[in-house]
Design a protein around this ligand. Structure first.
Ligand code: MN
Length: 198
């Protein structure tokens, strides 16, 4: 088994005007595809080649001799998850159990957006911002470069790509504007809610 081309669950222009089709052409067709190709190349003929991505990530994260494999495999997982966390016509204020947990954990949706944005802006350079579940509570965390909570067995509910390639064509250096547009207009809250575990 190898990593297959992961299919975008919507058209490339479906997230406009918040994320342009031009951004997705580069981000999905070039960056994401390159991580998939490199992961397959590095896995071929190794003892890890038939393992699921999550296992590969956990088995390579602390092994400097496999850093290139970890970085590429983690980027495949992170990107596939990132695309799934958004949908055309998404966003708005969530409802249901996820909304209750957001209120409980952050004091309300606006406070969640504010805290998520603050932490994502504080991540220096490339990385990812995450909503995760730890000890039955929602938490926000960020990771550097390809690093991923998944590699450390932490359950993820939502992510935003903080690499410049995710927003530079549409927002240039304005990471905050990209985060605000995404958090308010693109989040697939049904998907995020479906990630909740007891
Ligand atoms: Mn990316």
């Amino acid at each position: 088994m190898s990593v297959r081309r992961w299919e975008l669950p919507y058209e490339k222009n479906a997230l406009e005007p918040f994320i342009s089709s031009r951004t997705i052409e580069f981000h999905y067709d070039k960056h994401h595809a390159a991580y998939e190709a490199k992961t397959n190349e590095l896995l071929e003929g190794t003892f890890l080649q038939d393992e699921p991505l999550e296992t590969i990530m956990r088995m390579t994260v602390e092994d400097p001799s496999r850093a290139v494999l970890f970085n590429n495999a983690a980027q495949v997982w992170n990107h596939s998850f990132f695309w799934r966390c958004m949908k055309p016509g998404g966003g708005g204020v969530p409802g249901g159990h996820i909304a209750e947990l957001i209120d409980e954990s952050f004091g309300g949706f606006e406070q969640f957006v504010e805290q998520f944005t603050k932490e994502a802006l504080a991540r220096f350079g490339s990385g990812w911002a995450w909503l995760v579940m730890r000890d039955k509570k929602l938490k926000i965390m960020t990771t550097a470069n390809a690093d991923s909570p998944v590699a450390r067995g932490i359950h993820t509910l939502f992510t935003v790509d903080l690499w410049e390639h995710a927003y530079y064509l549409d927002y240039q250096n304005r990471r905050g504007d990209y985060l605000d547009a995404l958090l308010r207009n693109l989040v697939d809250w049904d998907f995020v809610g479906s990630r909740l575990v007891e």
